[in-house]
Design a protein around this ligand. Structure first.
Ligand code: HEC
Ligand code: HEC
Ligand code: HEC
Ligand code: HEC
Length: 487
């Protein structure tokens, strides 16, 4: 797909979000389902039959359900995510009959958890393959508890969502072996992936990590571990991510989906440098571990930086966003600590770096109760290969050597999806003052450079370096981001 087509698509997707936002129904107080003529007819039918027989619809003609079976596919995957609803408070009572033991509350309510990515049933629950082609009204009734009151989803979803699910079961459920038994052509899969997926996931699928960095998961991981799940995502898209390609909507064939799966199986399942880069930023968030209660022991050896708590454990808080500690941009200002930089540690071996991280060299500089051996290796990989000489791009006065016009193209191709046209769609601040992409770019360009290169710890934010961008591309992006509003 050309960049231009993609932009148009993104604009359309943006409009769609606005429309969806305008129409969406809050969870607690479901509005009367807007048109629902079917429903009214259904309820009114018996009364009509009694009063004027000739006006009544023929007894057997169920009203036709109208909706979006592909949205139904995303609801089947995770209706809470797709509808932006909170997870119910307690485990789904039907889960008691599962053969699988414990699960999370969220999973216990996902259709796919019980009926499977192959629709043959999972964890001891029945399949729904036999329901393909069934009258959507019958399926709708089952979703409202006609077979079993515990299988009544009408308290959670409005009628349109249930209708979309019924249409999905009737129209889209199929024998997944049709696709999985095909021999995929990895070379063609690379082209299809490049046209539809790599703008966000990068050419190798490594730009977005779906899991904490302690156990990374990329499209390749899913292709190898659960190709059926990947097929589901390929056909219907990702719940709650309206911009992600929907294979059935853009006309991907069964063969093309098999090709993408074959391609992804050949791709790497780890990216230690960017994973380590997110750890350097904030390893508590990146690894999704519990924050230490006390301050980092070495923190007490300085008194210029008055932060406390989890910030005192962030590598960047002591060694700086330019990795140069007291010799760099954190030599002055509220972040100044006087601690040394680690820029020269890039030449150390992995063992030498780990000796600094597991307390061997300094018992107060010990991260071994939080990092696994793999985490240590990620951190070392970033120190060896990921630390950039930022002064090549960023001047002391925070101006940037970059081409803002090119940066704008990069911004529009991916950052805009979440941060909006002018970067104000997400506010990072918890206090009174706002903090946008533009704010970070202007106030702390070194920080921006890091995040745009390796992503945001704990978020599904793409890592620019894994989108195939060069360091100059990141600088161009930064130059553009500095033109965005900061307040
Ligand atoms: C906790 C497990 C569980 C979850 C979650 C679940 N179901 Fe079911 N489903 C069942 C069971 C068990 C049955 C068999 C009837 C019964 O006892 O309710 C069933 C029956 C069905 C049937 C009818 C199958 C037949 O026998 O013809 C359909 C269709 C269906 N479910 C769709 C869905 C959809 C769509 C969702 C998501 C909104 C969903 N189910 C969520 C367990 C589950
Ligand atoms: C507009 C950006 C965008 C495009 C284009 C896109 N995705 Fe995604 N994708 C995302 C985001 C964002 C997520 C959510 C990650 C999260 O929340 O963890 C995601 C999630 C996924 C997941 C993981 C889901 C999970 O829950 O584990 C897979 C697999 C995936 N995408 C594959 C693809 C494939 C294949 C394509 C091309 C057909 C594609 N994506 C196109 C943005 C995109
Ligand atoms: C509270 C401040 C602080 C935090 C947080 C911190 N360090 Fe350090 N780090 C230091 C100090 C002080 C030294 C020098 C210690 C010494 O000489 O014994 C050091 C030394 C190092 C060295 C050796 C550098 C060299 O060239 O000899 C490396 C590598 C290192 N730290 C990496 C990290 C990483 C990675 C993290 C995050 C996981 C981290 N540090 C978190 C303060 C900190
Ligand atoms: C899939 C959605 C998504 C995309 C695409 C995305 N971001 Fe983000 N970004 C986020 C989220 C979520 C946060 C965290 C917000 C928070 O902490 O409140 C964030 C945070 C940030 C932050 C600041 C974080 C901080 O802690 O101060 C910057 C800077 C940023 N993003 C830049 C970018 C740039 C540049 C791009 C394009 C390369 C981009 N983002 C693409 C979702 C996204």
């Amino acid at each position: 797909m050309s960049k231009r087509n993609l932009s148009i698509l993104l604009i359309l997707a943006g409009l769609l979000i606005l429309v969806l936002a305008a129409c969406s129904t809050p969870a607690e107080e479901p509005q009367a389902p807007p048109p629902a003529p079917e429903q009214q007819q259904e309820e009114a039918a018996p009364a009509k039959e009694a009063s004027s027989a000739e006006e009544a619809a023929p007894a057997e003609a169920a009203p036709e359900l109208v909706g979006d079976s592909l949205r139904g596919g995303r609801l089947y995957d995770n209706w809470m995510e797709e509808l932006g609803l909170d997870t119910p408070e307690t485990l789904n009572p039907q889960w008691a009959k599962s053969s699988a033991g414990e699960t999370s509350v969220e999973k216990s309510y996902r259709c796919v958890q019980c009926h499977g990515w192959d629709y043959n049933g999972d964890h001891g629950f029945p399949g729904i393959l036999a329901d393909a082609g069934k009258a959507p009204n019958e399926i709708l009734a089952i979703l409202k508890g006609s077979m079993n009151a515990e299988h009544d989803y009408s308290a959670y979803m409005d009628d349109q969502a249930l209708t979309d699910l019924a249409l999905f079961v009737s129209d889209e459920v199929f024998d997944t072996d049709t696709v999985l038994s095909l021999t995929g052509d990895a070379a063609n899969g690379e082209t299809v992936f490049g046209d539809n997926c790599s703008d966000c996931h990068g050419p190798q699928g490594l730009a977005i990590n779906f899991h904490p960095d302690s156990e990374p998961e990329y499209p390749a991981t899913i292709a190898n571990e659960d190709p059926l799940e990947l097929l589901g995502k390929l056909r219907f898209g990702q719940p709650g991510v309206p911009d992600m390609a929907v294979g059935l909507d853009i006309g991907l064939t069964d063969q093309e989906m098999a090709d993408v799966i074959a391609f992804l199986k050949t791709m790497p399942e780890a990216s230690p440098v960017t994973e380590g880069g997110r750890m350097y930023d904030n390893w508590v968030k990146a690894l999704d571990v519990t924050a230490p209660e006390r301050d980092m022991p070495l923190w007490a050896t300085q008194d210029t930086n008055t932060r406390s708590g989890v910030d005192t454990w962030r590598c960047k808080e002591c060694h700086g966003w330019d990795y140069k500690g007291a010799d760099g941009v954190y030599a002055t200002g509220s972040h100044a600590t006087g601690f040394p930089g680690i820029f020269d540690a890039a030449s150390m071996s992995t063992e030498e770096i780990v000796a600094w991280l597991d307390g061997t060299n300094n018992a107060d500089h010990d991260f071994s109760s939080f990092f696994t051996a793999d985490d240590m290796a990620r951190m070392a990989a970033f120190i060896q290969e990921g630390m950039v000489e930022k002064s090549t791009y960023i001047n002391d006065d925070k101006t940037v050597s970059g081409d803002a016009a090119h940066g704008q193209e990069l911004y529009n191709s991916v950052c805009r999806i979440c941060h909006g046209e002018d970067g104000t769609a997400i506010d990072f601040a918890d206090g009174e003052e706002v903090e946008y992409v533009g704010t970070v770019a202007a106030d702390n360009p070194w920080e921006f450079f890091n995040k745009a290169s390796v992503g945001q710890p704990g978020e599904a934010m793409p890592a620019g370096l894994n989108l195939g961008w060069s360091l100059q591309d990141i600088a161009d992006l930064l130059a553009f981001a500095q033109t965005l509003p900061g307040k």
